[in-house]
Design a protein around this ligand. Structure first.
Ligand code: CP3
Length: 338
């Protein structure tokens, strides 16, 4: 039984810092690839037994202090009527990107129990299988990041469609973001009811915005979700490329702020102050180095994170080319640190 991760998220004093990794159930593990050979990614997400099996793998094989549900931030968009495929070597693709008010009008606010019940079934199964060994984290994307994928039709370098919409018609875009907030709130409430013990919001593309536009466009729908969820479980906000946003992120009513590797945690702490627990922030490419440099880089993160609450993680998802032994070395280095 371990609630180390949950106590650390609430800012309580802990005997050592907990550690987990974003994308910890994934292609770097041969055991994951074996399941993946038999089923495509969406089928794995929609089959509770398969989703549960790969969620538990990094707990058993790598020794992380929390499990994160195997799913994807884009699943609720499919439930809203956006046709989604995961194309080998390309990532997610929406057949009909959302580009105008009429496209928004064609989206629905789904009955999450009917359309996303497979996620809730996986959560219930996992709580039984984990039996308190480690807590289970649920998650969703922020409306801004969900909109980025929905509008671009997939992963994008320039985000030209998203950003041009944001300048041409900010009110129209705000209506889409508000709908995404409503659906996300329904979806995440369902995850809490099904049994997740913490929730992480992924804002992979928040860093595209300057501070004023981040406050105007991205923050209001996040507040709708966070305020709607209340304080039932700890909330973690992850932002990538958001160092310039720290003064605004410091004011979000969440428990944990998860940051990428670009700024050391002591510098993050200086800007955000003492209230928030920080999560992060080893550069995922550090795990592609030699053993001695992995240990040194991990200790650097531990040292920089000393001045307040700290959940150790990577600064973004673990890379598929990471040797599993290097992921284990990272986790063991954190666990053996006094
Ligand atoms: O962290 C975990 O282990 C839980 C599972 C999880 C996945 N995706 C599984 C996944 C989580 C938390 C996510 C979140 C997610 N999904 C984000 C936010 C975090 C981030 O990476 O910034 C985003 C942007 C997505 C959308 C998404 N899903 C993309 C862009 C891709 C393609 C890129 C890639 O790595 O292939 C995916 C696919 C995906 N999601 C995979 C996994 C394990 C790879 C699927 C496969 O096995 O082929």
């Amino acid at each position: 039984m371990s609630d180390l991760f949950l106590r650390a998220c609430r800012g309580e004093a802990v005997e050592r810092r907990p550690v987990w990794m974003m994308r910890q159930a994934g292609r770097y593990l041969p055991e994951y690839r074996r399941v993946r050979e038999r089923a495509d990614f969406l089928t794995m997400c929609k089959t509770p037994e398969l989703a549960a099996a790969v969620t538990v793998q990094p707990v058993d094989l790598v020794g992380v202090d929390a499990a994160i549900l195997f799913a994807d931030i884009l699943l609720p968009l499919e439930a809203m009527g956006a046709e989604l495929a995961f194309v080998e070597g390309e990532g997610p693709v929406f057949a009909r990107p959302v580009r105008c008010a009429a496209d928004v009008g064609a989206l629905v606010r789904p009955d999450v129990d009917k359309t996303l019940g497979y996620v809730y079934a996986a959560i219930a199964l996992l709580r039984r299988e984990l039996a308190g060994r480690v807590p289970l984290i649920g998650f969703g994307g922020t409306p801004w990041t969900l909109a980025a994928y929905l509008i671009e039709g997939g992963t994008s370098k320039s985000h030209a469609h998203l950003l041009s919409w944001s300048w041409r018609d900010p009110d129209g875009l705000a209506r889409l973001l508000d709908l995404l907030a409503d659906v996300s709130l329904d979806y995440l409430r369902g995850q809490v009811e099904a049994g997740v013990q913490a929730i992480q919001l992924f804002d992979t593309w928040g860093g595209l915005l300057d501070r004023r536009r981040f406050r105007e466009l991205a923050v209001p729908p996040v507040l709708k979700i966070v305020e709607g969820l209340g304080r039932q479980v700890p909330l973690i906000y992850y932002v990538r490329g958001g160092s310039h946003l720290l003064p605004d992120l410091a004011e979000l009513p969440v428990d944990v702020l998860s940051v990428d590797w670009r700024l050391p945690l002591d510098e993050v702490r200086r800007v955000v102050g003492p209230r928030l627990v920080l999560q992060g922030n080893l550069d995922p490419t550090a795990l592609l180095g030699e053993e001695a440099s992995i240990v040194a880089a991990t200790r650097e993160v531990l040292d920089a994170g000393r001045g307040g609450g700290h959940v150790v993680n990577l600064g973004h998802g673990i890379l598929p080319s990471t040797p599993p032994g290097s992921a284990r070395l990272f986790v063991e280095t954190v666990k053996s640190h006094g």
